[in-house]
Write a protein of this length. Sequence first.
Length: 253
Amino acid sequence: MLNLNPRERLPNPLIEAERSLLRSLDHSHRMERPWQPDLAARISSYELAARMQIAASDALDLSQESEATKEMYGLNNEATASYGRRCLLARRLVERGVRFVQIFIEYQIWDNHNDLKKKLEYCCRKTDQPSAALVRDLKQRGLLDDTLVVWGGEFGRMPISQVRDGGAAGRDHGPDGFSLWMAGGGVKAGYVHGATDDIGHKAAVDRVSVHDFHATFLHLLGLNHRDLVYRRHGLEERLTDQYPARLVHEILA
């Protein structure tokens, strides 16, 4: 994380004086503008960001973790170390009350249009162990029941081979039948829902639309997808838009 620490360390009394002055200025600014209801929320967001920055240095210090934990996440293996650090940081952030954590990986490594065997093996080798470690670690610390883990992407791959740019065979985008997995946070453990047709081309059994998934995901977070709106340009925009969406009750614990 860039610029986490200030360029120069100021004495604590001076830092507190700066914060006190800022709070006073924020209060005066807000009192002079009672017709702007979003102002208090904006100031609160900045204050939250400041508190997060102060706490981040501790959360990002992996030296506090045991060697057994580092080994479980694959930090001692070159293939898994990068993604393993991200997963371990995710657990440390959840442990400290961060409400939403998204783990990113290098560019679009799953977009395997060519050289599928080499690239897919690379992706799986890089992510399998750390992903499993994250779920296991959350569970053994009593955090999994209150944490929803979602592992997925934008869509899957076609069941047929594709050769592009004269390279080794890969696969094109498969938007009509793809998988993701979820753990904790109110979903059934060890349960498989839905299936594609015989060749893996399209969802055929217990189909779940993207909007169904979003509605269910929000429900697990305690939100109603019809009530959660973002007002813009005179419209009430929803994650599920105006499309029909149902809760996938079959996956709920």
